[in-house]
Design a protein around this ligand. Structure first.
Ligand code: TXA
Ligand code: MG
Length: 310
């Protein structure tokens, strides 16, 4: 965090050369590249082992830059004014005149955009002449990274540079809202749906019954630590790592607290970090205490369900 100035110079150097770097955001760390460059964005897909069918989120510093690439509308402006920069992603119509690489959109006419809040990444975006395409900095379907070390854990020496921006404050991805026709919640995340509803005076709900996958990257298996996960567990088995949200009288070395006080926001922040620690300790299975399905609990349950899908 100390060397912000030189970090930003170094990042700009690599990005201008069409390289990918790791960037901190308040949600999770991103694997970033010049969104206008075919060459740079190709590298993201290769590093992440991501199918080209799965489009990327593009990160902007401000509205002026966004308007080069997207059509905005009244819903967007309302949400932008109240919530940006922040953990929300908008799907908007792409302008014909946009320079966004075809890799980013999978040749579609929509674009997912976001204005991250993390101060270092905001400083970086301000210095660049292009927006940054940045999916979460993990190998596809694995756990998203919430620190520089996590990004290293995923890619080792394969990426040139990672900006250290400390632990991601929210620890889960952004909420995605499509504003193409009627507003629609595509992914739960860092901004509660109730807040979006209040601003738009709507009654949107997140519908995900595994019927049809509306967004390519939200398949059943996702955010997976690569070992089985059992949900709603009261008593874990001896060999399991146990993730909890409330302090227990009797404790055990295999207990991993997401929160000790039933604080769901704190638990959300610790979820990916804790799953990564457990995975790296070579546990064969994770058991999870029942998490109430309210507020951030709903987001945690969404991620756990996908992480445990077979
Ligand atoms: O918090 C976040 O959103 C993080 C940080 C780094 O900004 N990024 C992130 O990106 O989570 P990613 O690629 O891991 O997830 C983006 C999701 C994918 O599921 C992708 O399919 C979907 O957004 N997506 C991208 N473009 C889309 C579009 N035009 N329409 C619908 N879904 C889209
Ligand atoms: Mg991701």
């Amino acid at each position: 965090m100390k060397n912000n100035f030189s970090n930003i110079k170094k990042s700009k150097y690599y990005l201008d050369k069409n390289e990918c770097i790791g960037i901190p955001t308040e949600t999770v760390y991103g694997l970033a590249a010049n969104a206008y460059s075919q060459k740079a964005t190709s590298k993201i897909f290769k590093l992440k082992k991501r199918t080209k069918k799965n489009p990327l989120i593009v990160h902007y510093h401000n509205l002026k830059m966004l308007k080069n690439d997207c059509q905005t509308n009244a819903y967007f402006i309302k949400l932008y004014k109240k919530l940006c920069p922040g953990p929300i992603t908008f799907v908007l119509r792409l302008k014909k005149s946009s320079n966004i690489s075809k890799n980013v959109t999978n040749k579609k006419k929509t674009l997912a955009v976001r204005f991250p809040k993390h101060s270092v990444t905001r400083k970086l975006l301000k210095e660049l002449k292009y927006p940054l395409a940045a999916p979460s900095a993990n190998i596809s379907s694995r756990i998203s990274p919430v620190s520089k070390e996590d990004v290293k854990d995923e890619f080792g020496k394969k990426i040139k540079f990672i900006i250290d921006g400390g632990r991601s404050k929210i620890g889960l991805e952004s909420t995605i809202v499509s504003l193409i026709n009627k507003p629609q919640i595509l992914r739960l995340g860092g901004i509660k749906v109730s807040i979006i509803n209040k601003i738009l005076k709507t009654r949107l709900k997140f519908k995900n019954k595994n019927k049809k996958i509306i967004i390519p990257g939200q398949g059943k298996i996702h955010y997976s630590p690569g070992i089985p996960i059992r949900l709603n567990i009261k008593k874990p088995k001896q060999y399991e790592a146990f993730m909890l949200i409330k302090k227990k009288k009797l404790s055990d070395k295999n207990f991993y607290y997401l929160s000790k006080t039933n604080n769901l926001k704190e638990a959300a922040k610790n979820l990916y970090k804790t799953m990564r620690i457990i995975k790296n300790k070579n546990f064969k299975c994770i058991a999870v205490e029942k998490i109430p399905n309210t507020g951030f609990g709903e987001v945690i349950n969404d991620r756990l369900k996908r992480a445990s899908a077979k």
